[in-house]
Design a protein around this ligand. Sequence first.
Ligand code: SF4
Length: 288
Amino acid sequence: MRGIKLAKNIGFCSGVRRAINIVEETLSHSKSKVYSLGPVIHNPEVIKQLEKKNLCIVDSLDNLERSSVLVLPSHGTPRKILDIAKKKNLRLVDVTCPYVSLVQKICNMLHNQGLEVIIVGDRGHPEIKALLDLAPGAHTIDNIKDIKENVFSHKKIGIISQTTQTKDIFFEVVSKILQKNPLVKEVHTYNTICLDTVHRQDEVKKLAKSVDVLLIVGSRLSANTKRLLSMGRKINKRTYLVENEGTPLDKVLKNTDKVGLISGASTPEWLVKEIVRKIREATTYGAK
Ligand code: SF4
């Protein structure tokens, strides 16, 4: 039977929704310009809308006047940036996701307890950069091949994950570290993958098995969207990324009975609904 299977987890996660609400509220009340160093969230469609409401995205704080309003992004801010902002007396609007803040606290706590901190996540991602500032000397592992033998012998280690990491990769890395470091003295493991991420990843696995084509709506800049895409593809080769309304769908939907749709955590619900509308328009599929 032909149909569209829509995931339960579509649209913004709670952290992104909160961030966008705060930014919109700030934009509607602020009498002066509101700046953001880089995108507040990783979705160009949403950023375009915020720019229309006068959010100014800058790539450096150099030209900002003293006391300007600066939004700190949902994925956390490196210490260096916070120090510059302080020196310039910028008025900060912090939209860091509360869950990201919690992981930052755990990271800092492990460091203060004298443990060597290991973060399982994407090297260079802003969330990881902010965590590294809270645990100087911490190790980032973004590839299981990076794990060396006996690096942590006789040491106490604390392992945490990026909030958007996959459970499979996290536990694979933890077990590889233990395998390659049999003489490690103490291991403290915190699974800090956020619940929204876990729910979307569980759902993508189920959907990938039950449809002919799986569409992941979101930006290629978003870490959690990219992970949904690669998880879906491992199970169903006909898994595709749909970034916006302009993404052509005719080819990918050819000879398809059932289409599944899920979105990344920074994708607005209206965009998912728009893609559903496009599919209905282009095909004879009914909604399910
Ligand atoms: S994906 Fe999780 S950690 Fe990231 S903003 Fe959303 S709720 Fe927060």
